[in-house]
Ligand binder design. Structure first.
Ligand code: SF4
Ligand SMILES: [Zn+2]
Length: 139
């Protein structure tokens, strides 16, 4: 898949806010992030990853790209990860029903009643829910 500069992705993905994509270090650097030869050799991969590691919006970008299904992945280096690293992470990840972040399974409590053995809400969201319930009961 051809690499689409993050600034353009703002128009494509509903979850992408234009605000952070305007600060993307890869804007206008499509050839660095996804070289046309398709085969990323180690040197070009490291060059692209270095762009991401110096990017002010790496966290926003990673949150966004890891929420995408694999078939919608932009390709190339994105969020300091290769396409296959992202696919691998998605396999071991789960979307929280509350915050909608894609997180590793370790970020969820176990629940044997759920089909995947994990609670639908991540640990942070579960904590917030419990706190809200406590606050409500003490009113
Ligand atoms: S982290 Fe990398 S791919 Fe994401 S916006 Fe920044 S430079 Fe672009
Ligand atoms: Zn959550």
């Amino acid at each position: 898949m051809t690499y689409i500069p993050a600034a353009v992705l703002a128009e494509l993905g509903a979850s992408v806010t234009a605000e952070w994509t305007r600060r993307a270090a890869c804007g206008g650097r499509a050839r660095v992030m996804d070289p046309p030869m398709r085969k990323l050799d180690a040197a070009s991969r490291n060059r692209a990853i270095a762009v991401c590691l110096g990017c002010a919006v790496l966290d926003d970008c990673r949150t966004w790209v890891m929420t995408l299904p694999t078939k919608a992945d932009p390709g190339g280096i994105c969020a300091a990860l290769t396409e296959s690293q992202r696919a691998q992470r998605r396999k071991h990840a789960k979307t929280c029903t509350g915050c909608r972040l894609v997180l590793p399974g370790t970020e969820f409590h176990g629940n044997p009643r759920e089909p995947d053995g994990l609670t639908p809400y991540c640990k942070a969201c579960s904590q917030q829910i419990r706190k809200a319930a406590r606050d409500q009961s003490t009113r």
